[in-house]
Design a protein around this ligand. Structure first.
Ligand SMILES: NC(=O)c1ccc[n+]([C@@H]2O[C@H](COP(=O)([O-])OP(=O)(O)OC[C@H]3O[C@@H](n4cnc5c(N)ncnc54)[C@H](O)[C@@H]3O)[C@@H](O)[C@H]2O)c1
Length: 262
């Protein structure tokens, strides 16, 4: 049993009850941690509704990670010290997601990279002054960072940079005793995922062909985040850990002998 009593976490990326960040928050809170939520203004009313009567939330604040001053001001507005930070943020403009990357323009590229990748560096940099020694960060990535997944497009480029940031940042903050890791989650139906073309087919293929013959859910990811953020993972940093029901180990569908080609 992981005991996080007396520990405090800051979670970025809750948009609604399907958010991976919400599941992570609940697992951390179940283990005894107090949670501060940072959210985008456009989700304010959903967040107010979602957190009504939730006693383990100690603070909530708006922050758009596209802007350095908003991230700085968010951390300046906090009191006391924290132990865990979750970065569960991803975004690419629809104009980029709807086209192959060969047509991605510079502006959309910058937006996807800043929000989905550089924002991790921003959060780490501005958070250092509020962290206890030996703190831990977790971010969320996807297999599209290292292999081509149809429809993922510019997000694959941004997630590849995010995973590289995790390795680089592990060295930058390791001397302070802090750790940082990424969870490479399998596909889960959330608001962000609904923007990926063909997402339902990806879910169907995963269920059919992954070693565990099912899809990943938010709790699978929440439990791994709890482990990585806790002292049980004290020797793990700079890693990308798959929580994908084993899919990344497969190369071809398990029933390849039944596949017919025209
Ligand atoms: N759902 C999946 O299939 C899947 C798989 C692997 C990785 N991920 C990653 O998990 C993370 C969480 O996504 P999710 O699937 O829970 O979807 P979600 O839509 O619930 O969460 C995405 C979050 O990003 C936030 N965000 C976007 N732009 C922002 C900005 N400018 N400033 C602040 N916040 C911003 C949104 O407010 C939202 O809370 C993302 O990094 C996503 O890429 C998701």
């Amino acid at each position: 049993m992981i005991n996080l009593s007396g520990k405090r976490a800051i979670v970025f990326g809750v948009a609604d009850k399907t958010s991976i960040a919400w599941a992570i928050s609940k697992w951390l809170a179940d283990a005894g941690a107090k949670i501060t939520l940072s959210y985008q203004t456009r989700f304010r009313s959903r967040l107010v509704q979602l957190t009504k009567d939730v006693e383990w939330i100690e603070h909530m604040g708006e922050c758009d990670v596209a802007y350095d001053d908003q991230v700085r001001d968010f951390f300046n507005g906090l009191e006391g010290k924290y132990d865990m930070i979750v970065h569960a943020i991803g975004y690419a403009p629809a104009t980029a997601l709807s086209k192959p990357v060969i047509f991605t323009n510079e502006e959309d590229y910058k937006t996807a990279m800043v929000i989905s990748s550089y924002s991790l560096q921003r959060i780490v940099r501005h958070s250092l002054r509020v962290l206890n020694p030996g703190s831990s960060f977790v971010t969320l990535t996807y297999l599209g960072a290292e292999r081509v997944v149809p429809g993922y497009r510019i997000m694959g480029v941004a997630k590849a940079a995010l995973e590289a940031f995790v390795r680089e940042l592990s060295v930058d903050i390791g001397g302070m005793g802090h750790r940082i890791n990424a969870i490479s989650s399998g596909p889960i139906k959330t608001l962000a995922a609904s923007h990926v073309p063909g997402f339902d087919n990806i879910l169907g293929f995963m269920e059919h062909t992954s070693p565990l013959r099912r899809n990943v859910n938010q709790d699978d990811v929440g439990k791994t985040a709890l482990f990585l953020l806790s002292d049980l993972a004290s020797g793990i940093t700079g890693q990308t850990i798959y929580v994908d029901v084993g899919f990344n180990t497969t190369a071809l569908p398990t029933d390849i002998e039944k596949v017919k080609f025209e």
